[in-house]
Ligand binder design. Structure first.
Ligand SMILES: [Zn+2]
Length: 173
């Protein structure tokens, strides 16, 4: 039976400790059986949110040692939808196998909150979710993309990955 873990991005929210996340934080490979630092995402959503994911993929790929590209693979599905007043703008979950390696990842963007956001803010939330997908936890300093509230970082002026985000990703790959 696979173990499932998830991280939520709350508009005003809680902080999850990376040490609780097992395979999310502790394994260097993107997915069990995958290559060390390259992965494809199957983006299946309307164009505004496909753009957000695309911007997010480009940022991680161009600024860190990780490469994320769009493909039709089933191991990482990225979607959007009207999930209601759930308390989160984005959500990423993953399945761990018995070796505590990720065997699949799923990312969701909640249009209930995100539709009124400017495109750049939606992209920052997507960037945050993909960060979780590659194994980066929440930052404890203010205003990187991986701050628990990425929308707050956007409001503070953050527009793309910061040095803290880049160090977080490169430390794992
Ligand atoms: Zn998060």
């Amino acid at each position: 039976m696979p173990l499932r873990f998830s991280l939520l991005v709350f508009p005003r929210e809680k902080h999850l400790n990376c040490s609780n996340l097992l395979c999310h934080c502790n394994r260097r490979r993107l997915l069990d059986g995958g290559s060390s630092a390259s992965i494809g995402i199957n983006v299946n959503t309307v164009s505004a949110y496909a753009t957000a994911y695309s911007t997010a993929m480009s940022a991680w790929t161009s600024m860190t040692d990780v490469s994320i590209t769009q493909d039709g693979g089933a191991n990482w599905a990225a979607v959007s939808g009207y999930y209601g007043n759930t308390g989160w703008t984005g959500h990423t979950s993953w399945t761990c196998n018995l070796l505590y390696r990720r065997s699949s990842v799923a990312s969701q963007l909640n249009r209930t909150y995100l539709d009124p956001y400017p495109a750049g803010k939606r992209a920052l939330v997507a960037m945050h979710e993909l960060g979780h997908g590659i194994g980066v936890g929440h930052s404890t300093v203010a205003n990187p993309v991986m701050y628990y509230c990425s929308g707050c970082s956007y409001d503070a002026g953050t527009r793309t990955l910061t040095a803290d985000d880049i160090a977080g990703a490169n430390a794992r790959y």
